[in-house]
Design a protein around this ligand. Sequence first.
Ligand SMILES: C[S@@+](CC[C@H](N)C(=O)[O-])C[C@H]1O[C@@H](n2cnc3c(N)ncnc32)[C@H](O)[C@@H]1O
Length: 195
Amino acid sequence: MADVTDWTNYYKVHKERKARDLLIKTFELFDKDNFNSGIAYDLGCGNGHETYELLKKGWQVTAVDNNENVPELMNEISIEFKDRLNIQITSFENIRWTKCDLINANYSLPFCPEEHFEFVWDNIINSLNINGRFSGQLFGDRDEWDLVRHSKEQAIKRFEGMELEYFNETEKDDKTATGELKHWHLFDIIARKIK
Ligand SMILES: C[S@@+](CC[C@H](N)C(=O)[O-])C[C@H]1O[C@@H](n2cnc3c(N)ncnc32)[C@H](O)[C@@H]1O
């Protein structure tokens, strides 16, 4: 398995890229609700491309990552919006939460240590306001990396009581960002809290 603690090469490869399509899709859903900007968390923000997109749209963002290089990476792209940006360099289980309208988590939650996942998940669900959304990925049980993985049923169950607005399963052999071949099994998910 790739070294999932050293993100240096990942950040290099991702230095220049557009915000992820899943976040753009999430914006479209908020637009339909006539809700343009609120309070968001970007969990495992990495280089901060999604954080930047949120800031550009007027959101107030807490960007979370436990990698100490993240503030510098963020500074490169988000300095103009620093009044609306709060950075927490911490692990998911130590996040300081406030109520929020969006929790974005791209390719990050599967890296949460298994023993903290339930606690982190409860915080995610409890922190969302009604009509707030989760947008992000969970890894499937056939993913090659031995991280936090979910069967399709388990992934769907995570959103019990919420409206599952988008759920897309992908399974394929493909390269990682840093070029190794890997068996991917993942779910792209957008869900709205309704009660
Ligand atoms: C695969 S990268 C994804 C980065 C970005 N979200 C993206 O879509 O490109 C995973 C990120 O999660 C962060 N991360 C991994 N485990 C973490 C943890 N337990 N707590 C906080 N951040 C973590 C890593 O430092 C890394 O920046």
